[in-house]
Design a protein around this ligand. Structure first.
Ligand SMILES: *Cc1c(COP(=O)(O)O)cnc(C)c1O
Length: 383
């Protein structure tokens, strides 16, 4: 996949919606007995909910996980007006987020209660009449980030006050070593989750994120919360799942020049040529989300081959050493692959010293142009 035309206004992000569809099916096939919810927080990890969410909806996804109510309303706005009547469920990972629980319920949003203080807030609303509000409840089995811990469980017992005003739809917990579910700490978290939920009112249970999708049925429970796997971003240290990259970032060549030995490349002489070299200037920099870890490190793909980044990362430019390419093989206006089909996102992220999702969020969120390559049955938007 390369950008479609010769005109270029900076980097271009292509979304391969066919790959998204394939990854969705791969995830669903790996946990056939569970419901799969798509985690689309952070504007679908920077990919843009406007294209990602309707595609997932058409594939049959009905559960979407967001951080905040604000994000959830933006997701709902991308979907058909009758989506709430067609099974849409919008879950809030951050909990109430300072909102009135009844307001959230009125919008059809389901908060994952973030801790005892949120049970107290809900209890405070108990004087208001009305049906119990649907909630998920976060259990803190070890990450120490969100949820009810061991000492808070009395607040959730079947006879607890909370259940006069709320109705539990789902218990969830999140693994501290999500990338390695077989780690003893994760097994301990699962053990606690099983023990705790056995004493609590019955509701669906959820532990799995992308990496536990491929760690076997012992992790799947009723509901799987998958983000990274849907975009083809690897998160497991053990399993190489057959996922395809959804995000393909390209940037144009602005100039190609022959330089002499001893030439400083980029600001402040970060790199000095050892001999005569051919240098291509690429329209991509920290203003597009590229980390400084790529100063003099990492490679981009030009004409199907790797070329090394030399010198610094400026706001909108960097340099590639293309001395090994034939004269004229690299030309101004040509598209260079930053990550995608030939260079995995994870490879460039490793060179930059960041996790793949960090690089994805930085660069895709800021990409100046997005083009969706679909994927029947989703219509291809006009450029
Ligand atoms: C972000 C997040 C997920 C999704 O994780 P992936 O590894 O991207 O699938 C699931 N659950 C919680 C609580 C999260 O914060």
């Amino acid at each position: 996949m390369t950008p479609p035309d010769a005109a270029h206004d900076g980097p271009c992000l292509l979304l391969d919606l066919q790959a998204l569809a394939d990854n969705w099916r791969t995830v669903c096939a790996a946990c056939p007995a569970s419901r799969v919810g798509a985690v689309v927080k952070g504007d679908a990890y920077g990919l843009g909910v406007a294209q990602i969410v309707p595609t997932l909806w058409e594939l049959g996804c009905r559960d979407f996980w967001l951080a905040t109510a604000d994000e959830a309303l933006r997701v709902r706005a991308c979907l058909p007006g009758d989506a709430p009547a067609c099974g849409l469920r919008l879950w809030l990972l951050d909990g109430l987020g300072g909102h009135d629980a009844r307001d959230l319920a009125g919008e059809g949003l389901i908060p994952a209660l973030a801790g005892p203080h949120e049970a107290a807030l809900l209890g405070g609303a108990s004087s208001c009449a009305g049906a119990p509000l649907p909630v998920a409840v976060h259990l803190d089995t070890g990450l120490s980030r969100l949820g009810f811990g061991a000492r808070d469980l009395a607040l959730l017992q079947p006879r607890a006050e909370l259940w006069r005003v709320a109705r539990p739809l789902l218990w969830l917990t999140h693994l501290g070593r999500f990338h390695d579910p077989e780690a003893p700490q994760c097994l301990h978290q699962r053990e606690l989750f099983l023990r705790w939920t056995a004493q609590l009112p019955p509701a669906a249970r959820s532990i799995a994120t992308s990496s536990s999708v491929f760690a076997g049925p012992g992790w799947h429970f009723d509901h799987v919360r998958a983000g990274s796997a849907l975009w083809g971003v690897p998160t497991s240290v053990r399993v190489q799942a057959p996922l395809r990259p959804v995000a393909h970032l390209h940037a144009p060549v602005l100039r190609v020049a022959e330089v002499e030995a001893g030439t400083e490349i980029g600001y402040a002489g970060n790199h000095v040529t050892d001999r005569a070299r051919r240098i291509a200037t690429i329209a991509l920099g920290y203003g597009d989300g590229l980390p400084f870890g790529l100063v003099n490190r990492g490679q981009l793909i030009v004409a199907g081959r790797s070329a090394s980044i030399v010198g610094g990362v400026a706001m909108g430019m960097l340099a590639l050493d293309v001395s090994d390419f034939a004269l004229g093989e690299v030309r101004p206006g040509q598209w260079v692959e930053v990550y995608g089909a030939r260079q995995p996102l994870a490879t460039l992220a490793a060179a930059a010293g960041v996790a793949p999702n960090v690089l994805l969020m930085l660069t895709s969120r800021l990409a100046r142009r997005r083009v969706a390559r679909a994927a029947a049955p989703v219509a291809e938007p006009a450029l």
